[in-house]
Design a protein around this ligand. Sequence first.
Ligand code: PMP
Length: 438
Amino acid sequence: MDRYTLTQSRRLAHRTRSTLPGGTHYNFRSDERSSSIPFKTGDGSRLWDHDGNEHLDLFCKFGALILGHGHPHYKSRLNEQIDRLTAVNQTGIESAVCEKIVEHVPSAEMVRFGLSGTEMVQNTIRLARAYTGRNRILRFKGHYHGNADNVMGGRSKQSGKPVALEFEGDPMGTEGRADGILKDQSLLIPWNDPETFTETMHHFGDEIAIVLMEPGCLNGGGILPDEGYLQHVREGCTRHGIVLAFDEVITGFRTGLGGAQSNFGVVPDLTILGKALAGGGLPVSALAGQRDLMELYAEKSVVHAGTFNGYALGLAAVQATMEILEEDPDCYKRMGDALTQITDVLTRAAEDVGLPMSVQGFPQAQVFHVRSEPLSSIDDYDTATNYADSIVRKACAEYGIQICPTSRLYANAALDESDVAFFEDRIYDALQDAVAIL
Ligand code: PMP
């Protein structure tokens, strides 16, 4: 099939650039985003651009769009809320929504709401510091926790001294960061490396307030925890009096209503939710955690604030999302199966055109890489793979397949056999174009 004609879409994208810096609201991978396509409408798992072309949405708003576009129940619950109330401080649905999160997420005894993952991570860090009276954050290479100065990027050079330092060329680096904020606050170690974790506990255990991780590292390439690793970290945190926080901004509501902690059977002290929590149409984040930590808000010893926290439309969206996912418990298996069929087609097509290809991650959130073996560490993600991945993503976009940066493929509840066929119709041509460039 032919590449899409994108005349109107490109014209619109170009016009945007004169008043919107870079023509995008988002900086990472801005080279790719500058060629991104503006869309006009969406339905289920499909999108239509301004030239009338149809696209398969495996991007799903960075994984947030768990229900697909325009789910009827979701829409009607939001409309009901709009008809009732727009902006007041409380609507009465707080308790129903909090109770449902407590029911599903193992670590949740109490819940607070916010708007973005970035902001909720910062609140989590504050709570852990208040609770422990310590300052340091322990992070893991390749994990992403929002675009705040103290948790973004960095490198630790000396083994046994995992102090995060800024370095030139860091894809997660930025100018304008507060001086020393990484070095003073943040420790950074390899993930899935129990020895380094133990060693770090030994040297820094009594300085660390919080161990912060994605329980399955999707931002760092789709690397799942090795058998026993999460348990090892859990035990280390308990032994050293450190708060363990799972950043489930991607995995929460996506790998199941209980998130990755349910999949892996390891319970953190605090959990950050975002993205899919409100179905993908509206921004809502949450901090869900153990009562003794969360009560620090009630005692007013720790501040958490925000004008729109718990806003009516957002909570209605969370409630509608949970209703839909609860009423259809098989949908997680369906999403995983459909996405696995798609990635099987991808692997077969790559083999046919002579491109190495590996796929890893969760069934409902998979990540591809143009290399023969899955990544076992972010350090395996070399420049050549990074470049080849980006060429495949760009080629896919020209044939109507939308893929998230860092090659993440997200399922949504509307994904079915017709999407697998749509993908299969296009992927061979897209990969052939990619091979011609590579
Ligand atoms: N944590 C994780 C694991 C994420 O993937 C993201 C966003 N990609 C964030 C935090 C930040 O969330 P937000 O973009 O809503 O600020």
